[in-house]
Design a protein around this ligand. Sequence first.
Ligand code: E4P
Length: 225
Amino acid sequence: MKYLLDTANLADIRRFYDIFPIAGVTTNPSIVKKEGKIDFFAHMNEIRDIIGPESPLHIQVTALDMEGMVRDAEAILTKIDAKVYVKVPVTMEGIRAIKCLKSQKVRVTGTAIYSAQQGFLAMEAGADCIAPYFNRMENMGLNSDEIIAALAEMIRLYDYPTEILAASFKNAGQVDRAFLAGAQTATMDPSILEAALTQPHIMQAVAGFDADWKAVFGEKTVAEL
Ligand code: E4P
């Protein structure tokens, strides 16, 4: 299992990389919008500096046609670095762009995936990662667990090198279900990770241990005995 941060917020990336076992960062135009009118490439390079050269960084193209997507990819790879995963929405033009980028050995993530069919096509076009949108599929009444399981089964059956990078989560339960269904990787807003470890019952358990220890040993910790 790998956890990625679905954010472009520099303070959050710094803080959560320090605390959690984070494997990388994903962004998309809506996530970038939250940061305001930033200097896009300078900001993305700052993310790269924080996470390091080996941590996967996924950045999305914004053009809607294949030629424009490929130009976007070239700009991303030139102005950031060649290890960036270029995120391409799995549309008709997107599939053309994925095939073209893979022929140039670019790392590609097929995104905006709402069906097994889209995922299968992206795998066959050579995508390194595919991003099924868990919560958005649930909102449409689709069974996200089954769709991810179908993608995972096809990867297993035919030995595709593609990784499932599940995305679009609104709570920790959805993340767990995506992993259980076969996603190797999940990307989420930092608030979902924070909520997973700060529930009141967890804090209550810790407070209970603290009170019991102090009732016997006072303020000394184990190391201070
Ligand atoms: C990944 O980067 C996806 O674009 C993202 O997780 C979508 O999430 P949303 O459904 O919360 O917009």
